[in-house]
Design a protein. Sequence first.
Length: 504
Amino acid sequence: MDQVQFDFVVIGSGLAGLTFALEVSQLGRVAVLTKAEVTDSNTQWAQGGIAAAVSQDDSWKLHEEDTLVAGSGTNDSDAVRFLVQEASAAIDWLVNLGTRFDSHDAQLALGREGGHSRNRIVHHADKTGWEVERAIVQAVRNNPNIEVFDHTFVVNLLTHEGRCVGAHAVIEGEERAFLARAVMLATGGCGRMFQHTTNPRVATADGIGLGHRIGAEITEMEFMQFHPTTLFHPQLRSFLITEAVRGAGGTLRNHLGRRFMYDYDLRLELAPRDIVARAMDSEMKKHETWCLYLDTTHLSPELLKAEFPTIYDRLQTIDIEMEKDWIPVVPAQHYSCGGVVTDLDARTSIPGLYASGEVARTGVHGANRLASNSLLEAIVFSKSASKAVESESGPLPTKFEPSRYRSIPESEAIRLRRILQKQMTQGAGIVRTDKGLRETISIIDKLEEDYNSIHRAPFGRYSLETLNLIQAARYVATGALERRENIGLHYNLDIIDPSSVSTK
Ligand SMILES: Cc1cc2nc3c(=O)[nH]c(=O)nc-3n(C[C@H](O)[C@H](O)[C@H](O)COP(=O)(O)OP(=O)(O)OC[C@H]3O[C@@H](n4cnc5c(N)ncnc54)[C@H](O)[C@@H]3O)c2cc1C
């Protein structure tokens, strides 16, 4: 296999990967490896915005408190404090990069989302992620020290004597070893593990699979966030209707028109996401309906068009007018709180390997993520990693242990992935049971066995992504079975005593 050397290798071109790339470009040459187009990422789809205590009536302490409440106090308190204290600087950094945020009278316009005690969501209409990605991709393209390799799929991390020394990638069918002083894993989320997800096609848990295969510590994958309001439409891909719509006054109704959140939580539609998603799950099961409805018909068309232009236009293409029609919605997988364990410098348990963004478990989210804390997390921890890697000096690596991968025919991978998605949705989704989780684990074992026994095929991205999904799914299901306490995003009907002690 061909070898190339860079000072730093970054896997992923979302906000986490590109923030790190820009920051370390001052220290050396950087390769950004990304498996599709540069902008294909969860970052590109983020709607609501970025949480930061920047208004007069707000403070990092309030942001910290809200983050800890959302995470049921299981968060890592140092990580939370670090995150919220760095938020304002992160926004300034993005503005300096050329990101355009909405403003009023020369002040940032701040939105409100569930779980936040103040208006603190910095945004660009309802396409904040698109704007952030636009600005950061442009900065990366203008940076002579960064080389971006698109359509470059990382199949394995390379190690030498226990240290991560690079990435084994496939580019247009050719294998290449990218060797570096430090590797940043910024591969994003794992939504494609479930039947309904807000995540784009690239969210296939690759970082969890890559980390797993070299023995990186991975935890809390059972804390899987389901977004309550995604469009339910048989022909269209799941489409997120941002929480900001509920923040602006949108209400949830069942098929009878009843505002059912009155039966579940005093905070109604603005209760934390896990509570709203579970209430919806229960309401759909109770009435045996396929979906529920988001009602914005009492809001002015001017407000809806101005605040939510993307959603408004998208819904119009399927003849839904937000000021006249109820929007059919279902909860869908949205965000993974757990992942590859990192410290405040984004260091993983493997020397030389750093992780940031959705793939990482920094500890800031605990059992549940506060809305709009994830883009912030990606910036803050990638920036701290860029300072930490200054210590990764010495000669560039030249040696690595053998790395092999195994693809299967795409038709077989499609079959395995469908089984996995169905089983994860039923057995390890919003509401779990011990029996369902045990069944899920044995199906996952069987799927991996099948994967390894099906005859080999030439390199296929879909196939290798499916293997990553299978390996990551095992962390979700086993983590859920081991956690003997209903907390945050984890809810198991067989746990009778809520104060029972977790085996973790
Ligand atoms: C619809 C939607 C709305 C959201 N809204 C918000 C919001 O308002 N506020 C907020 O804070 N968060 C929001 N989030 C969450 C947030 O967008 C993500 O958590 C965040 O963008 C993750 O950034 P990242 O850089 O870690 O990963 P991503 O942006 O997903 O980037 C991952 C990158 O890794 C690449 N990659 C993956 N595997 C490989 C591989 N094997 N080889 C090479 N490249 C690979 C991908 O192609 C991609 O470029 C939203 C998410 C979604 C889906």
